[in-house]
Design a protein around this ligand. Sequence first.
Ligand SMILES: [Zn+2]
Length: 255
Amino acid sequence: MSIKEKIKTAASIIHSSNYIVVFSGAGMSTESGIPDFRSPGGLWSKYDPGEYAEYSAFLSHPEKFWTMHKELSQTVLEASPNLGHKSLVTLEKEYRKLKAIITQNIDFLHSRAGNSNVLELHGSGQTACCLSCGTEFYYTDIQKQLDEGKEVPKCPKCEGLIKPNVVLFGESLPSNVFQQAIAEISSADLLIIIGSSLTVYPAASLPSMALDTGARIIIINDEATMMDHQADVAIHGKAGVILPLILEELRNIDS
Ligand SMILES: [Zn+2]
């Protein structure tokens, strides 16, 4: 099938679906200027995650974590939603077909774009929490301490250690979010997998649940994934290019 035919097929599948759930990964955000952490030049090629992003390492050497996180946050805060994110807003607000987005990304670009039901499996860099007293903060408030030269931000209330609400290596996924993701997938008649190589577990186990419940599957990813052969259609390309083309086809069907 040519890419054009695949895009037409994807549009007609979307047209005949009523409860669409999206599962997104790093490839969703690369066009917004956030490189895949696992890619060459990505965050993990510069900072060994075992040393900088492991929960136990965070507790013993929070200054290392914050060196890495400061750089990551700057990239995230400077990024803005791309045409792929915006297309998903259209699918939710205009077509009223998209019911939930399950994401592995911590960049909160889906909610910044305007989607309302975003399930962040790996947490979000938008907020942070004191590990001692549990007070929640906006990251931008914490950042002030870093800008003032503090190596490790401390809770203004109790001087406790503050951790951004992102899931570190060695931490389990937030179970309530994971349960909600499972519930959304079991309601879905179509799952669109975008920008995920489907290699990071347990998040990557969710798409195979959609197969079990009989949902149709569309994959949009730069490279082949291990689920391509099980998808109704797998399109290789960038989300910010492919999604607007699918929407254009969808408009043709409707008119
Ligand atoms: Zn505190």
